[in-house]
Design a protein around this ligand. Structure first.
Ligand code: NAD
Ligand code: TYD
Length: 341
């Protein structure tokens, strides 16, 4: 079995590559990644010499290159993680989100169709469903919730999902889609809430909380997400969408306070800053389909997962310090400089 993992040098992709390389020594895992600002081969150092693993640098939206790669490698399964993934960046520069997330997906679909891939899996997000109100805790996203996006990021992911489903219906390409809630865990790029707050709190720096910090996210440990994708590519029904989430809803303020407490840092580090435009209020996943059909069960709850994650950042300072000392500081200044004054 030969599996193409795109975006395997990013946060979730690198965790998935680790999972697959270790669990399936008989499979060949090919990691294709453009190594944008979010791609980091340091995240794969411990498995880079494994005989069942190979890295290829390239762009999923580069059609001739992708066609050649598929011609040469003849993949059985494609798992597409490659994407621009940060909502705030999509507000500053939406164009690259269309290019990578929509056009790139369409190129991969064409290549999968042309070379008879047996399963194309699209890693999507609960953000395609839009948001839920804060005062209706009884509501959850199911697979039949209408798509209703808010940000350029979620719009690009929803567009990609529609192309994936169109290639199933129109061309019979054997596809599956997973829509997961916010992931956290090792190798998470520190532009996202949890790693950003951990590393800034460690340095006693101001913590930028958007608005009042009352927005709710449904946190999923990245290893539980990887296990779900593993199940779906092997046992999921083609043409189907599966929601992935572990019922771990927290307000942003609760998350930040949990991190501060674990690090023994004062809540006075919290700084309320201008809200994100169009900020989604609440995400909450109903994972019943994945649980009942495929027997998926998360191994982490938020308390055990966040403790493990904080420990990982404490013991892997060289991993994130190299990021923070590079081009990242320009990003932080542009995104937060004025807001944190
Ligand atoms: P990430 O930003 O950490 O990693 C993305 C990876 O894709 C990087 O390694 C980057 O170099 C690579 N990449 C970007 N453009 C590329 C291109 N044109 N060609 C090849 N590679 C390219 O993202 P992540 O958080 O690991 O997310 C992975 C996937 O999961 C994305 O599709 C995202 O939409 C989805 N997702 C993420 C979350 C989350 O909480 N992080 C939640 C739901 C869904
Ligand atoms: P983020 O990690 O960017 O994920 P997403 O926008 O995909 O949910 O943000 C998670 C939540 O944290 C979201 O409600 C925005 C908020 N947030 C802050 O309050 N401050 C920050 O500096 C960041 C990056 C996010």
């Amino acid at each position: 079995m030969k599996i193409l993992v795109t975006g395997g040098a990013g946060f979730i992709g690198s965790n998935f590559v680790h999972h697959m390389v270790k669990k399936y020594p008989e499979y060949e895992i090919v990691n294709l990644d453009l190594l944008t600002y979010a791609g980091n081969l340091e995240s794969l150092r411990d498995i880079e010499n494994e005989p069942n693993y190979k890295f290829v640098r390239g762009d999923i939206a580069d059609r001739p290159f992708i066609m050649q790669l598929f011609e040469k490698e003849r993949f059985d399964i494609v798992v597409n993680f490659a994407a621009e993934s940060h909502v705030d960046r999509s507000i500053t520069d939406p164009g690259i989100f269309v290019q990578t997330n929509v056009m790139g997906t369409q190129v991969l679909l064409d290549a999968s169709k042309a070379y008879g891939v047996k399963r194309y899996h699209q890693v999507s997000t609960d953000e395609v469903y839009g948001d839920l109100p804060l005062d209706r805790p009884d509501l959850f996203f199911t697979e039949t919730t209408p798509l209703h996006t808010s940000s350029p990021y979620s719009s690009s992911k929803a567009s990609a999902d529609l192309f994936v489903l169109a290639y199933y219906r129109t061309f019979g390409l054997p596809v599956t889609i997973s829509r997961c809630s916010n992931n956290y865990g090792p190798y998470h790029f520190p532009e996202k809430l949890i790693p950003l707050m951990i590393i800034r709190a460690l340095d006693d720096e101001k913590l930028p909380v958007y608005g009042k910090g009352e927005n709710v996210r449904d946190w999923l440990h990245v290893e539980d997400h990887c296990a779900a994708i593993d199940l779906i590519i092997h046992n999921g029904r083609v043409g189907e969408v599966y929601n992935v989430g572990g019922h771990n809803e927290r307000t942003n303020l609760e998350v930040v306070k949990t991190i501060l407490k674990a690090l023994d840092k004062p809540e006075s580090l919290i700084n309320y800053v201008t809200d994100r435009p169009g900020h989604d209020l609440r995400y909450a996943i109903d994972p019943t389909k994945l649980e009942t059909e495929l027997g998926w069960k998360p191994q982490y709850n938020f308390d055990t997962g966040i403790a493990q994650t904080i420990e990982w950042y404490l013991t892997h300072k060289e991993w994130w310090q190299r990021i923070v000392s590079g081009e990242y500081s320009n990003y932080f200044e542009a995104m937060y400089g004025e807001r944190l004054k």
